[in-house]
Design a protein around this ligand. Structure first.
Ligand SMILES: [Zn+2]
Length: 301
């Protein structure tokens, strides 16, 4: 995979963002009068060391605190590049580091040229909220419940009206759903950053350009719509394989709409919906909602 660092771009006074490859992941930087905070660490220990050096080049001083927004490799695996730095993450991230060292991740580690024993866990886990005093700037780290992963942290700099959202928000493409996501509760986590939001607020997503309050509203609505659409399919008795088939091919062999074809527009690309729908069905099943074949008589009631 191709590794590269972008350039530090100001978001507002003393707050910067830099996009790094692979994955175009946004790395955040907040420089208080006393201490410096970095948000996410890139994809490998070597990239972490390069990011650390780029901070010294920009500010003439090093990183004091690191926040990991969630356990995905493009945000977490650079952490070992920040030796001796206090690192903050949700308490669930530690077990993800264990998983990342395991055999199941060997292929990805090889692609990124990362050894299992290079990966380190954050030093200061937290469960809900922590405030950091950087001198003239106060930063809040908040967990609003499971969303993109089970352990997302959001970073607020209240006096600058800036949020770093991790992958709860993406503006370079669709949000990403995997088996660790919680699609039902994701919109509620976004509500946490929309409370008190003004037109001046800026949101730095995990990937893509800096966003506004309206972008957050839109992504919240789309994720909510995805879950609601899945719920309707289940209520109508549409099994997962039929629902997936209808996404690719809404018409049957005779050119008629499949009963499972949705009459709504999916809010994301076909690829994203196909990745997300099995998770939506699994979450609904955990609530006891599974598609049942309806008797024709009942179906008309
Ligand atoms: Zn992610």
């Amino acid at each position: 995979m191709q590794f590269s660092l972008g350039t530090w771009t100001p978001v507002t006074d003393n707050v910067w963002v830099m996009a790094c490859d692979p994955a175009g992941v946004n790395i955040g930087l907040v420089a208080g009068s006393d201490q410096v905070l970095l948000i996410d660490t890139g994809s490998s220990p070597e990239q972490g060391r390069q990011i650390a050096a780029s901070v010294r080049d920009l500010l003439g001083r090093g990183v004091d605190h690191v926040v990991i927004t969630h356990a995905h490799w493009d945000h977490l695996w650079g952490l070992a590049g920040f030796e001796g730095v206090t690192s903050h993450a949700h308490e669930s991230v530690e077990s993800s580091v264990e998983d990342a060292r395991g055999e199941a991740m060997a292929e990805l580690r090889a692609k990124l040229n990362v050894d299992a024993d290079e990966l380190v866990a954050p030093s200061n886990p937290l469960s809900l909220v922590r405030a950091l005093d950087l001198g003239d700037l106060r930063v809040e780290l908040l967990h609003f419940g499971p969303a993109h992963t089970q352990g997302d942290l959001l970073v607020s700099i209240p006096s600058r009206k800036v949020w770093f959202t991790g992958d709860l928000l993406e503006t370079s493409g669709d949000p990403q759903f995997d088996e660790t996501s919680s699609i039902e509760t994701w919109p509620m986590a976004l509500d946490g950053i929309l409370g008190g939001a003004t037109d001046e607020h800026r949101y730095v997503p995990g990937h893509g350009p800096v966003a506004t309050r309206m972008d957050v509203f839109e992504q919240r609505a789309n994720i909510s719509m995805l879950y609601g659409a899945g719920e309707q399919l289940v209520r109508r008795g549409v099994k997962l394989d039929a629902a997936l088939k209808a996404i690719d091919n809404p018409l049957d062999e005779n050119g008629n709409p499949r009963p499972s074809a949705s009459e709504w527009e999916w809010p994301f690309s076909t690829e994203t919906v196909k990745a997300a729908l099995p998770k939506v069905y699994a979450e609904l099943a955990a609530h006891g909602m599974t598609p049942r074949t309806q008797l024709p008589l009942l179906g008309r009631m």
